[in-house]
Design a protein around this ligand. Structure first.
Ligand SMILES: [Zn+2]
Length: 211
């Protein structure tokens, strides 16, 4: 029994490789670390055996920024792919604002709206992986700033960027209205997208607080 108490599970990040990869922030090939975030069986809090891999990502050794390994071909990025990448990122971020992102059902809900707005099918497992990456890797501190890669945004027109706000509104908790936490995601996305405040305000119709 005593042995069992010493065994536990630890969430661990490991560098699994180092390679010359195209960094979408530097817009050129750089030495990047390939990293893996997973769950390890631990003994005395020391990870000893991998139990699951949550997500893989790269960390550029020049600009220190991180980007997901599931990302598109950054170097030859098509506009349609850029749109899909940013839209899904923003939809998941606004959904996550409520701490409501709970595995498959959320993945299905976001996937259904993604189909309507992007006309592309996305599997719930892909949605969940995106959420895990943003929750555990880029996290709340850097948040959207690191997830919304400038090179990707530049592929889109102002109208397309506003369309992303529209898609975000479709996955907020109460239709047509956003709460304070969701509003912050809209405002941050709007600022990073370079959209005028009055455009962003259209989507941030705050709920009146009940007293
Ligand atoms: Zn870089």
């Amino acid at each position: 029994m005593a042995d069992l108490l010493l065994l536990g599970q630890e969430e661990t990040r490991k560098t699994i490789d180092k390679a010359n990869i195209y960094c979408p922030f530097c817009r050129q090939h750089q030495i990047c670390k390939e990293k893996e975030l997973g769950l390890y069986v631990s003994f005395f809090f020391v990870p000893i055996k991998r139990a699951a891999v949550f997500t893989k990502y790269f960390k550029c050794q020049t600009c220190r920024k991180r980007f997901p390994a599931y990302g598109p071909d950054w170097e030859n990025l098509e506009q349609r792919v850029a749109m899909e990448f940013l839209m899904l990122t923003c939809m998941v971020r606004v959904r996550m604002a409520n701490g409501a992102f709970r595995k498959e059902p959320e993945g299905v809900a976001v996937g259904q709206q993604f189909l309507i707005f992007a006309h592309t099918v996305v599997g719930e497992a892909d949605v969940v992986e995106r959420a895990i990456y943003m929750k555990k890797v880029t996290g709340a501190d850097k948040g959207l700033e690191e997830d919304l890669i400038p090179m990707v945004i530049e592929k889109l027109s102002i109208e397309q960027r506003e369309h992303i706000l529209r898609s975000m509104a479709a996955v907020t908790l109460s239709e047509g209205k956003v709460n304070d936490r969701e509003a912050r995601v809209f405002e941050e996305a709007g600022r990073i997208f370079g959209l005028e405040e009055k455009i962003v305000a259209k989507y941030v119709k705050k709920k009146k607080k009940k007293r």
